[in-house]
Ligand binder design. Sequence first.
Ligand SMILES: Cc1cc2nc3c(=O)[nH]c(=O)nc-3n(C[C@H](O)[C@H](O)[C@H](O)COP(=O)(O)O)c2cc1C
Ligand SMILES: CCCCCCC(=O)C(=O)O
Length: 352
Amino acid sequence: MPHLSVDDYAIAARELVDSKVWDFVCGGGGAEITLAANRHIFDTAMIRPRILVDVSICDTSRLLLGDRWPSPIGIAPTAYHTLLHPEGELATAQGANGAPMVVSIFAGQPLEEIAKRATGPLWLQLYWLQRRDVMTSLAKRAHDAGFRALMLTVDAPRIGRRLRDMRNGFAIPPHIQAVNLDETVMAATHQPDGIAKHAALTFDQRVTWADLAWLKSLTDLPLVLKGVLTAEDAALAVEHGVDAIVVSNHGGRQLDGAVPAMRALPEVVAAVDGRCPVLVDGGIRHGRDVFVALASGASAVLIGRPVLWALAAGGASGVGELLSLLNAEFEHTMALAGRPRAEEITRSALYG
Ligand SMILES: Cc1cc2nc3c(=O)[nH]c(=O)nc-3n(C[C@H](O)[C@H](O)[C@H](O)COP(=O)(O)O)c2cc1C
Ligand SMILES: CCCCCCC(=O)C(=O)O
């Protein structure tokens, strides 16, 4: 059956993926209020189409942190792609077809091997670990392998209460490893509730703004901060020299009740006031969602779960087809909305 929408990849993946892994991927924190709210905003956003505009060429490309992206759609960092496909991140990087990919600190394949298979820019995502020597080593390995940016995720000093995983007694299977980290450090992840236990043992909950300078000093790579949801923190991020911001509530997996990323986006964009790019993630499932995010002030978007569904359903080619589909939907929206150039996708393209 052809995959005509992102939902078709979810349907195909659901048939293939173990039910506990499915819940780990698709679940959210607490009562999943924020998970649902991320989607609701997109479902209720309405576009103001312009007419009698030449839309024969719609340019979807974007320049971001020195790289030209084929579309404003990048791959969000998600842990353990090897849970979904034996080749894991190698297949994702190959299938990205030029799209940027953020590799999770908990990737199931070595950074250097992912770089060899990459078709687009790579960024490395980090959590702040108590072991700064491990962070230093990862940052330097990423730099040496040609990664283009570091991303620090700041919405997870602890792991959210993921009730599906707790009810399922979910543990990362023993053959699935975060191979860029020392196996002994990762041992707790293979116990029930192991993700939360591991984070409690290894993440540094004391980190503050003052520590960012140390992370920036490790390499000359740009630093992207992921998990910003307020104007106050966006202003602080810029003051502390961050090179880009991702407005994100971690796909509804962390603080349940947190504001949907798309609702937070306008205040963050206003606070940043053009001083660095602002990206957004959470609930993006259609090309029209990408359009709505850009019209709300985002420079680009990241997608998480859909990439994992496509990886499970079709490996590298599944990921490639998914990204092509989303970009084609976005391009189609640009045409039918009468806004063929990036600079025309502004707030005036939306109601309300
Ligand atoms: C299975 C899974 C694993 C994730 N792992 C990470 C991670 O390792 N690091 C991180 O910063 N965010 C992680 N995220 C959050 C994503 O980067 C992203 O914020 C979220 O998935 C976006 O929402 P979406 O899935 O609705 O597109 C993960 C999300 C999922 C679904
Ligand atoms: C110890 C493994 C932690 C994986 C956490 C990945 C993540 O951020 C997620 O949302 O899940």
